[in-house]
Design a protein around this ligand. Structure first.
Ligand code: ZN
Ligand code: ZN
Length: 534
């Protein structure tokens, strides 16, 4: 069992104990242990009982539980607790804004036993009179349940990618004479997938085994071979694209491939990821479609965390991994000092980090390691260090990490203050959203983009598949103002560097050009840009 799974199990045990009004000291010590384990570097699975007991914050009884979790995947105590509490009540503890104490009250006083019933109770206004709740809490609970219900059955592209690819491969191998292709949202590399759509010429496939390997709902469409290319084309575009295309061009009869459809329209091939807006058609007509960013255009990467804060690898290993990928530079950005939860850097440790980067740069040249920081945007919009310190960085990514609950005006002024700071080079994950789990704070996005334009601040497209923030639908508005976009993986490990590809997919949907993509420029350009900002 991984450390984070152990931490989750201990936390669940603590929450259930609290729900059942058990000993507060026991609950506190379990929660403490859970918190500590989540941050531990040593792999608890590899430790025996006596070694576990020696770890800070873990006493004998917790060590026993960890051992049991590692051996059996659960604990007797947890199973007994789960038997006492209805499943729906356990699910209610995951609703944002209510802890175990409040869930207990809802369960005991209102006899609410599931998130669905809780939503109903909110609609009937039954929480308002309950002690410790009130109108505001009720509204927040209602919003939180509605949000999670609206996301049921939806998955991130990255969550289904591996399973989807192997399903298609499996089908192709099993029926080598038939045609198969993804269509729909997956084929267009959409950030959220509600169903995996496959078009095939094979009639009546047994789907039970295929579906079993997939988290997401599978939909199979069948057609004759002669119709395959046309059906594929029709099913692999957004309505906007398709309507615009059909208004201008006719589809050839019995096209043998999608390429033939584009040739017939005298257009260069437009790949599925780009088939979102009507704008891509005029871009293709003017011959500019080749300017859209592609994976091979990326010259280096910014926004990388290392062991100095909450990353898993050293600067050297991250840099070597980038060099091995043929990249020309890496921009290290550990967390700033306010991010105590992520081991943010004190001024002393920054000095140490900069020395290390200088030494590596002298050995690895012409490969370049840039000294950066992901500075918290404080509540008042200031950055996290004094000017003397900020001056020492090659670049600064400014991001919001705390107090995310803000109204639209507060959030907009807070960000604009940070954008106007002369040391800010990039704006990190603009809205703070986590796809399918957290809505970002609301923003007057045009004002933010305008502020970036007038202060020459680059906007990050955070490529982590949970974020993809800035949303690709806003890329055009950025390009219109000459605001550059940097596709940043926000990597916390070497594997995380590869998340860049999800950012490229999103950028393609937004028709980001190579010229407007900051990390598709040459090292000279980038050094010049940073230099001119100083
Ligand atoms: Zn961040
Ligand atoms: Zn980050």
């Amino acid at each position: 069992m991984t450390n984070s799974e152990i931490a989750d199990n201990l936390k669940l045990t603590a929450n259930l104990l609290e729900l059942l009004d058990d000993n507060p000291f026991k609950i506190k010590s379990l929660l403490n242990a859970s918190f500590k384990i989540d941050k531990m570097e040593v792999d608890l699975e590899t430790l025996a009982q006596p070694e576990l007991e020696k770890l800070e914050g873990i006493g004998k009884s917790t060590a026993l539980k960890i051992n049991e979790l590692n051996q059996t995947g659960t604990t007797t105590e947890l199973q007994e607790l789960l038997n006492k509490v209805p499943k729906g009540v356990v699910q209610m503890m995951a609703v944002k804004g209510i802890g175990p104490k409040k869930v207990a009250m809802l369960w005991k006083s209102l006899e609410v036993e599931s998130p669905g019933e809780l939503l109903y109770a909110c609609n009937e206004n039954r929480l308002v009179e309950l002690k410790g709740f009130g109108e505001k809490t009720q509204a927040a609970i209602k919003k939180s349940i509605e949000y999670s219900l609206s996301n049921e059955g939806k998955y991130l592209f990255a969550e289904v990618e591996d399973a989807a690819e192997s399903v298609l491969q499996h089908l192709q191998q099993k029926y080598p004479d038939e045609l198969f292709s993804f269509t729909g949202a997956y084929q267009r590399r959409c950030e959220i997938i509600e169903s995996l759509e496959i078009l095939t010429t094979k009639k009546d496939i047994d789907l039970s085994t295929v579906q079993a390997n997939l988290p997401v709902r599978l939909e199979i469409y069948t057609c004759d071979k002669a119709q395959f290319a046309t059906d594929l084309f029709n099913a692999s575009a957004s309505d906007e694209f398709l309507n615009a295309f059909k208004a201008q061009f006719t589809l050839p009869e019995n096209a043998s491939s999608e390429s033939e459809i584009f040739e017939h329209a005298q257009l260069p091939y437009i790949m599925p990821a780009l088939r979102e807006s009507a704008a891509v058609i005029s871009m293709a007509q003017s011959g500019n479609i080749n300017n859209i960013i592609e994976h091979q255009d990326i010259t280096g990467i910014f926004h990388v965390h290392t062991k100095y804060s909450d990353g898993g690898s050293t600067i050297k290993d991250m840099a070597l991994a980038m060099q091995a990928k043929g990249m020309h530079y890496i921009g290290i950005t550990d967390h700033s000092r306010s991010a105590f939860y992520a081991n943010g850097l004190s001024v002393e440790r920054l000095v140490q980090q900069h020395q290390e980067i200088d030494e590596l740069n002298s050995k690895m040249a012409p490969f370049k390691i840039f000294k950066g920081i992901e500075s918290d945007i404080l509540y008042d919009g200031n950055l996290d260090y004094e000017i003397d310190v900020l001056k020492q960085f090659d670049f600064v990514i400014a991001s919001v990490h705390s107090v995310l609950k803000m109204d639209i005006d507060k959030a907009t002024t807070r960000l604009i203050k940070a954008i106007e700071n002369p040391y800010t080079t990039m704006l990190g994950h603009m809205t703070g959203r986590l796809l399918l789990s957290r809505e970002g704070y609301p923003l007057h996005t045009q004002k933010i983009i305008d502020a970036c334009a007038s202060n020459k601040v680059i906007i990050e497209l955070n490529a982590n598949p949970y974020r993809l923030d800035i949303d690709w639908r806003l890329i055009n508005a950025c390009m219109e103002q000459d605001v550059m976009i940097s596709i940043n993986p926000d990597a916390h490990s070497i594997a995380g560097l590869d998340d860049t590809k999800y950012g490229v997919y999103a950028a393609q949907k937004g028709l980001l050009t190579k010229q407007a993509c900051f990390n598709a420029q040459s090292l000279d350009f980038i050094e010049g840009y940073f230099g001119s900002r100083k």
